[in-house]
Design a protein around this ligand. Sequence first.
Ligand SMILES: [Zn+2]
Ligand SMILES: [Zn+2]
Ligand SMILES: [Zn+2]
Length: 324
Amino acid sequence: MSELRWHPLLEEWVAVAAHRQVRPIALGGKADTTAACPFCPGGAEGLTMDFEFLTLDNRFPSFQRGGPLSGPVGGAELGRRARSGGACEVVLYSKRHDTTLAQASREQVYRLVKVWTDRYRELAERPDVKYVYIFENKGAAVGVTLTHPHGQIYAFPFIPPRVRTELAAERRYRTRHRRCLLCDLVKGEIAGRSRIVTLSRSFISYIPFFARYPYEVHIASRRHLGHLGQMTEAEQWDLAGTLRTILRKYDRLWGISMPYIMLMHQTPTDGGRHPSHHFHIEFYPPHRTRDKIKFLAGCEAGAGTFINDTIPEAKAAELRRAGS
Ligand SMILES: [Zn+2]
Ligand SMILES: [Zn+2]
Ligand SMILES: [Zn+2]
């Protein structure tokens, strides 16, 4: 079963995917690495060929086309449901189990950027896909059940609510000022300098003024563009360099393989025009310190207000120093 149920209080969809309960668990540690891993040679995915990056259908998708529903489509206002649609894919970063994206060369990250671009373009063509969401969950601290290095792509059958909120804010800002919100924000960060982590020809990475997590880094293009497919080769090469630098800084900060959620906000693929949208990547590492995790608790989960007990300017300075 994979269906959408309407949350009338939040006015957003919840994806009900009960089959995900049986998805494989292969947590790290030496003993269980290759034996239990579906992506290693001999594993459940049956991967025997050599590859650098590989895109697979997620066997336990949250979104999929045409699955059976547990009841009739539609329904009353307080019991609305819909067929899911969309798709879920897994992008393997390596054939090797015991590595991470941070250990990849810049050339390898560049080729991954190319893979993401191809997937974005192809999924965007599908009429049931309104939003292509590329992300990575890394580390047990963010609930990862498979440690083989991989990212994911959710091709949403709707524009998800966080993205809708951002798009609406970008649109309103553009109406008020006749300029792009993120272009202005990036200019401000470059002028102020205190929250910059890296600055290159085409990309800036910084901890925003309004960061919700202590080490929340954002990467934005300096040129106004909406998605990977609009970047030049030089910009994609530059993005690969910025990404790799951030990942390595995270690992060098405390000498641990830093857990994080990495996500990309790109132009929706719903057929509409979104000229005010500006490409960016966001990182949410759950660590507050080397040994302390920031959990999403009462205030964040129930009230939607984040409490960040650190100063973004100080955290940006830490990351600037890390590994340099
Ligand atoms: Zn593996
Ligand atoms: Zn812009
Ligand atoms: Zn965003």
